[in-house]
Design a protein around this ligand. Structure first.
Ligand code: UDP
Ligand code: MN
Length: 294
């Protein structure tokens, strides 16, 4: 049974936004809150490493569609590949949002082997380092802008980007579904962090996920030799390491309404086993992979 069908027929209405707002009143809020927000003059540089996996295109699609709601954001995508692929370029071009497409291949000794737990190897760190280099070579240290490390399979509410734009030096907020809890995050009063809510690896100085903080661009320039470490003992310590290098707990700015709101979730894309591909191979049958592997 069809409950409700909107008339979405295209007309030559000059006021397309007003038309959209009347069709979808819920759209008005993100547009007004983000595009009309004076702080949107402060640019966000969002660094996203992305590895080749069958879920890569759907993940990037979801993320790109979120980014339509965010003004003045430059999306720096760093592919884990020997050169930028046509596959990712095409998907980025299809959205036509401001982005920079870079690449850096993870050497094989740092890649997770089939029988290894995912947390045994660094994930996307060398790619983030390429993003740091790009920022240092292509932006001015005087620019009032923010840097956010955003993995391709997380889920971002449009309001997280408003929180990022409030950051003066380093800002922190809770992250959902992480650390084997519904959320982890700073415990704050009046914008200051006094402790952390987390369970696993709680001996870290800054026990927080990569999605739970943003840094002013100035700090990326002033710590010009800072790179993420990929040695075995730095796994799980990267967030704590960059934060302890660039700030102190006392200096942290606690956002998301004193850490009472969750606007980003560490959702994880798990591998889908394409088992029937093996069956096809065994039967000496193949199928057209379309453009999926180009
Ligand atoms: N990634 C990468 N190379 C790798 C593994 C991961 O570029 O060898 C990227 C991946 O696309 C994602 C980020 O690094 O944007 C974090 O990886 P993943 O989501 O697999 O890690 P987790 O969520 O488990 O921390
Ligand atoms: Mn992830």
């Amino acid at each position: 049974m069809i409950m409700y069908v909107k008339n979405t027929a295209k007309t030559n209405d000059a006021k397309a936004w007003e038309k959209l707002f009347s069709l979808y009143p819920g759209l008005e809020q993100p547009i007004r809150e983000t595009y009309n927000d004076p702080s949107s003059a402060r640019r966000i540089y969002m660094l996203t490493p992305t590895k080749t996996r069958s879920e890569q295109k759907p993940d990037l699609t979801r993320l790109a569609q979120t980014l339509y709601l965010i003004p003045n954001l430059l999306w720096i995508i760093i592919e884990d590949e020997v050169k930028p692929t046509l596959r990712v370029r095409k998907i980025l071009e299809s959205f036509n949002i401001p982005c920079v497409h870079l690449n850096y291949p993870t050497p094989s000794y740092l890649k997770i082997t089939a029988n290894q737990s995912y947390w045994r190897k660094p994930r996307g760190m060398l790619q983030k380092n390429i993003g740091l280099d790009w920022l240092r070579n292509n932006t001015q240290p005087t620019e009032d802008a923010l840097v956010y490390f955003a993995d391709d399979d997380n889920t971002y509410h449009w309001r997280i980007f408003r929180e990022i734009r409030k950051v003066q030096n380093v800002g922190v907020w809770p992250v959902g579904i992480v650390g084997e809890l519904l959320y982890e995050g700073p415990v704050c009063t009046k914008g200051k962090v006094h402790s952390w809510f987390c369970y696993v690896f709680r001996n870290r100085q800054f026990p927080i996920d990569m999605a739970g903080f943003a840094i002013h661009l100035r700090l990326i320039h002033s710590h010009k030799d800072y790179y993420f470490n990929v040695s075995a003992d730095s796994i799980g310590q990267q967030e704590s390491h960059i934060l302890s290098t660039m700030t102190t707990i006392d200096e942290l700015e606690c956002l998301a309404n004193d850490a009472s709101k969750i606007y980003v979730w560490h959702t994880r894309t798990i591998p889908t086993y394409l088992t029937s591909e093996d069956r096809l191979k065994r039967a000496r049958l193949s199928y057209d992979l379309l453009e999926e592997v180009v």
